[in-house]
Each structure stands twice: as structure tokens, then as C-alpha cells.
Design a protein around this ligand. Structure first.
Ligand code: G16
Length: 538
């Protein structure tokens, strides 16, 4: 029987770049998760009797909130819930399950690449029937419900056993516990040439995959080792743990350092890859070469017709604004449009639904296509494997040949993490105030605060990052992260285009040195943050 529990609103339940992310200790407050989940349901209409997908990345507190969400879904009138075994689902697998089962939507429990454990982060986000993150119209609606909520609905029942696959009835609702990997792996088989990749592996090609103690371990074991035939042990850190084994599951040069050392220093494998907490991000490294996410998007776009799922070609490319312009050059050559959206995968949904773009990517280690409505870490890995198997060239050769053909966009991102929130806001305000005066200085021909008009639904999104655009095509971009949970993180993105292949072998920080100095100067970073240098460079 459904019961109504009285509650009071909590401050600050506004979803950020990707759902509501807070410290575990914040979520552990009585009624905190329930308030947010009820606010999600209260912003939706017409779900009575319909299907909801629920799952999470297995981080600390996942078990508890999965049970909460199941109880509340039953009490609120959903007809069926599909949940991953043990409450686990990677974000792209959840997106696929929503689409495949024509579900009303899904609740994904994850704080993505943020650290886990009792002192780490937790998160909840809602995805709609297209499998993609709820658009801003809905996240703002959810937020407004969180400010007035006075009660939530749940049922009084014991925890459901999620250890075994099967179907049970709970308070008049059907609960299907599914293997988290099977459907996703089947989808990958329809997109990529597994036989071609198997042949590559048989020829002696080796790889290392870092699951970072997070959700992709079981997916990578099944697909890379069991189905494709990579040697056992190819997947490292392949068991999902509530605290990710102490890893910060963010697949970049800093947090996937062990993997990067194996490829870049020891040169022990032909190919290396990693994925993040919830399996939607990817890191791609070759023997002695790191592929920036922006380059990876461009290279994938130029080569993806080699994979069976895309042999008919692509309709367009989309990238987030701070992502480098490398993909734009590929699109131009192919006679396609490259859409520039604000940061956040949710902005790609309309373009994918309208078939205006087939492949999307972000500098924040996200790449994906129209196969689901989330970025997809293992998809990117399999796409690279398919390209490598088709072209029979090393990662380094593919990358350097791409630069020869299209030119190289030198690119770096400097993060200043956990700076004081007021100081970070003051820095951004000062920058915005200076914008008109900056034009004409240092070769800056345009300075603005990025705004996006969605070409499908006409919605306008403003304040998405300060851009300094230079006459020679270089860019400096500043924005505050929307995914952090402590203070503010200032992200500074720098990019410079180099057409001449004789100048493609420079070290990135060296190639961008002038822009880096200018970025600190223009924004008075040290004055506002007290920081002389960034905390993370990717
Ligand atoms: C999320 C979003 C991405 C975004 C990233 C970084 O990724 O889904 O679209 O690029 O955050 O956002 P920010 O720069 O605001 O921190 P994830 O992997 O955390 O879900």
C-alpha cells in the first residue's frame, strides 16, 4: 500500500550539468533522495502503468537509493520497473534499455567521474523516453518542485532481492531484474565488426583497459575478453567497488596514470583505454601517443563509415563549445554541418533525435552516437578497435595522418579545482565586464558569453562560457564546472590551429604557452583564486 510521507524542501537541489550531484553525506540526510525523486515524478505526466528503468554505477549508497527508487516508483503508479542486477547499470546501458523497452524514462544513480565512497559523491539524474538526459526545461521543473515539496509517496516493504535475474511483483508493479551487460553487448555487435577485431587480436594486437574500479569492468570483461578474445588480464581494475578501490574514476592523464605509463612510457601495448565511474567517458591512448578527446571525435567522424553500423555515412557532427574545432574541419570536408552546443550531453539529444547529427563529442572525454542518447565509453573503444582493424595502422599513424590531412588543433584544458565559489563568480563577472574592452587586444577579434539557440525546439540557453576568439582561429574559453560538489572549479580551455605538418610534433603545453600565459593574465586568475597554477592539466 502506498503511503504518504511528510517532508520539507531542501535548499540547493538544482540539477547541474548532469543531474543532482552532492556529497554522499548530503544524500544520506533523511528524505533528501526521496524529495528529489518525488520532484522528478511530480514534473512528469502520463506515466501511470508505464515502464521506468533504474540502475546506477555501484558507488557507495547505490544499493540503498535503488531500493528507495523502486519503492517510490511502485507507490507513484509505474506499471513496470526494469533494474540492473544488483542495482547496476552503466549510463549508456541504461539509455539503451530505456530505448529498447520503450520505457517512459529512467533514473540513473551516479556522480559519474567524481570519487565515491562514504566521503565521496553521489548523484541522481532523470533520462527521458529517448534515453537521454532530461532537457533543461524538465530539470528546471524538477528544481521548482524541490522548492515546494511537502510529501512523497512510497510503499512500506522490505528491500527487494536484486541478486538474481528474474521477474517479481511488488505492490502491483512488475519488477524485472536484468543482466546489466547482455542487451548492451548485443547492441555493440550490431554496430561493429567483431570478426574483423578478432582477426586483429589474433595477429598479435594487444590492449589494456582500465575499468578504474567502476561500472565498466563487467562490460569490458564480457565484450573485450569473452566475446572478442583479448587475453584474460586485458581488463585491469575490472571489479566495480563502492569506493572504486580508492580510484578517482576520471579517465584522464592524471587519474589513469598507471594505464598511461604502460602505453606512453613502457610502450607495453598497442592500444589503451579507460572509462569512468558510470561508463560514459573514454580515454584513448596508443603506443607512445595520447589522443585528445577532441581529436578522437574528429578521427572517429572521419573513419566511422568503416564500422558496419555506420557504413551508410553520417548526417552531421556535434561538439560542445569548449571542444576543439578539429571536428569542424572533418565536417567541412565531408560537406556536413558541425553543431556547437553548450557543455552537457543533454544538448545533443534534439540533434540526434532529429537525425541532424550522428556522432557527438566533448572535450571532457565523452564521445557517442545515435545508438543511444548518452556518451558511451566502450562504444568509443570499440569504434577505435574497428578503425584500427580496418585500416591496419597504429594509433600514432592514424593520428598523425589525420593531422596531415586536416591540420592539428593543439588543445589543452587547465582546471583550478575547489576554489572559493564567491571568488570564482567574481572572476567570471570581471571577465564578462571586460569583454568589449578585450576586443582588439592581443589579436582578439571577438569576445562573448556563449549562447545557444537549439535549432530543433528553438530554446535559447545563455551564459555558457566566456570565449576569447582570436583572428588566427585560436581560442581561450572560461567556464565554471557544473559537476563539482565542493567550491567551484574554473575550467580554462585553450586551442590553437596549426596547418603545417612540420610543426605538428610540438609538446602541447609548449605549443600553447603564449595562450596559457594570456589566459591567466586576462582573467587575473591568481588575483581571484590565489592559485599560481592549475590543479589538473589535460
Ligand atoms: C557531464 C556531462 C558532460 C559534460 C561534463 C563536464 O559528464 O554529461 O556533458 O561535458 O559533465 O561538465 P562540467 O565541465 O560542467 O564539469 P559526466 O561524465 O560527469 O556525466
Amino acid at each position: 500500500m502506498a503511503e504518504i510521507v511528510s517532508t520539507k524542501p531542501f535548499d540547493g537541489q538544482r540539477p547541474g550539468t548532469s543531474g543532482l550531484r552532492k556529497k554522499v553525506t548530503v544524500f544520506q540526510q533523511p528524505h533528501y533522495a526521496e524529495n528529489f525523486i518525488q520532484s522528478i515524478f511530480d514534473s512528469l505526466e502520463g506515466f501511470a502503468g508505464k515502464t521506468l528503468v533504474i540502475g546506477g554505477d555501484g558507488r557507495y549508497y547505490n544499493r540503498e537509493v535503488v531500493q528507495t527508487a523502486i519503492r517510490m516508483a511502485a507507490a507513484n503508479g509505474f506499471g513496470r520497473v526494469i533494474v540492473g542486477q544488483n542495482g547496476l547499470l552503466s549510463t549508456p546501458a541504461a539509455s539503451h534499455l530505456i530505448r529498447k523497452n520503450e520505457a517512459f524514462g529512467g533514473i540513473i544513480l551516479s556522480a559519474s567521474h567524481n570519487p565515491g565512497g562514504p566521503d565521496g559523491d553521489f548523484g541522481i539524474k532523470y533520462n527521458g523516453s529517448n534515453g537521454g538526459p532530461a532537457p533543461e526545461k524538465i530539470t528546471e521543473e524538477i528544481f521548482s518542485h524541490t522548492k515546494t515539496i511537502s510529501a512523497y509517496k512510497t510503499i512500506n516493504s522490505a528491500d527487494v532481492d536484486l541478486n538474481a535475474v528474474g521477474t517479481i511483483q511488488i505492490a502491483g508493479m512488475t519488477l524485472e531484474v536484468v543482466d546489466p551487460v547482455t542487451d548492451y553487448a548485443a547492441l555493440m555487435q550490431t554496430l561493429f565488426d567483431f570478426n574483423l577485431i578478432r582477426a586483429l587480436i589474433k595477429s598479435g594486437f594487444t590492449m589494456k583497459f582500465d575499468g578504474m574500479g567502476a561500472i565498466t569492468g563487467p562490460y569490458a570483461h564480457r565484450i573485450l575478453e569473452d566475446m572478442l578474445g583479448f587475453a584474460k588480464g586485458t581488463v585491469m581494475n575490472g571489479v566495480p567497488l563502492p569506493d572504486f578501490g580508492g580510484h578517482h574514476p576520471d579517465p584522464n592523464l592524471v587519474h589513469a596514470k598507471d594505464l598511461c605509463d604502460m602505453l606512453l612510457v613502457q610502450k607495453a601495448y598497442d592500444f589503451g583505454a579507460a572509462s569512468d565511474g558510470d561508463g560514459d567517458r573514454n580515454l584513448i591512448v596508443g603506443k607512445n601517443i595520447y589522443v585528445t578527446p577532441s581529436d578522437s571525435l574528429a578521427i572517429i567522424a572521419a573513419n566511422m563509415h568503416l564500422a558496419p553500423g555506420y557504413k551508410g555515412g553520417i548526417t552531421g557532427i556535434a561538439r560542445s563549445m569548449p571542444t576543439s574545432g578539429a571536428a569542424d574541419r572533418v565536417a567541412a570536408k565531408m560537406g556536413l554541418r558541425c553543431y556547437e552546443t553548450p557543455t552537457g550531453w543533454k544538448f545533443f539529444g534534439n540533434l540526434l533525435d532529429a537525425n541532424m547529427a550522428t556522432v557527438c563529442g566533448e572535450e571532457s572525454f565523452g564521445t557517442g552516437s545515435n545508438h543511444v542518447r548518452e556518451k558511451d565509453g566502450l562504444w568509443a573503444v570499440l569504434m577505435w578497435l574497428n578503425i584500427l582493424a580496418s585500416r591496419k595502422l597504429s594509433v600514432a599513424t592514424i593520428v598523425t595522418e589525420h593531422w596531415k590531412e586536416f591540420g592539428r588543433n593543439y588543445y589543452t584544458r587547465h582546471d583550478y579545482e575547489e576554489v572559493d565559489l564567491d571568488s570564482a563568480n567574481a572572476l567570471m563577472k570581471n571577465l564578462r565586464d571586460q569583454l568589449p574592452a578585450l576586443v582588439g587586444q592581443h589579436g582578439i577579434h571577438k569576445a562573448d558569453d556563449f549562447a545557444y539557440d537549439d535549432p530543433v525546439d528553438g530554446s535559447r540557453t545563455t551564459g555558457q562560457g566566456v570565449r576569447l576568439l582570436f583572428e588566427n582561429g585560436s581560442r581561450i574559453i572560461y567556464r565554471l564546472s557544473g559537476t563539482g560538489t565542493a567550491g567551484a572549479t574554473l575550467r580554462v580551455y585553450m586551442e590553437k590551429y596549426e596547418a603545417n605538418p612540420q610543426r605538428h610534433e610540438m609538446e602541447t603545453q609548449h605549443a600553447l604557452f603564449d595562450l596559457i600565459l594570456m589566459s591567466r593574465d586576462c582573467a587575473k586568475i591568481e588575483k581571484y583564486t590565489g592559485r599560481k597554477a592549475p590543479t589538473v592539466i589535460t
